[in-house]
Design a protein around this ligand. Structure first.
Ligand code: AMP
Ligand code: ZN
Length: 117
């Protein structure tokens, strides 16, 4: 738990969220500013700042997240597929420094999300 971290506060229940799924390792909730009909944030229940901070000691949280994403995506309303994105660091556009995976779907997504395409 990082007391200055928005997503740690959401896990603790100090800040309200719209929960999609929860277990001992993972918390999933709706993004407050959705970019698609399904836009769920999936986070580890341990403070890991970003993809740069995944280690052999905490990677079980990350592997469990990826085991649960197919279930979370469907619970969040992505029936026919989805996209998983994790923004990392300044150039990656990360704004909240608690590792999170955006699960986006519920509509046919545009093919390219890369610059210059
Ligand atoms: P990123 O820019 O990849 O760090 O993503 C952070 C995401 O957190 C953004 O998509 C925000 O809309 C979302 N967000 C910020 N505050 C909240 C909140 N209180 N509840 C749900 N989502 C949030
Ligand atoms: Zn945190």
């Amino acid at each position: 738990m990082d007391y200055d971290c928005l997503f740690c506060k959401i896990i603790k229940g100090d800040i309200p969220s719209s929960k999609v799924y929860e277990d001992d390792y993972v918390y999933a909730f709706k993004d407050i500013n959705p970019e698609a009909p399904c836009h769920v944030l999936v986070i580890p229940k341990k403070h890991i700042a970003s993809m740069d901070d995944i280690t052999p000691e905490n990677s079980e949280y990350v592997s469990h997240i990826f085991e649960m994403i197919p279930i979370i995506a469907r619970k969040g309303g992505a029936e026919n597929g989805y996209r998983v994105i994790s923004n990392c660091g300044k150039d990656g556009g990360q704004s909240v420094f608690h590792l999170h995976f955006h699960v986006i779907g519920g509509t046919e997504l545009p093919l390219h999300v890369f610059p210059n395409k």
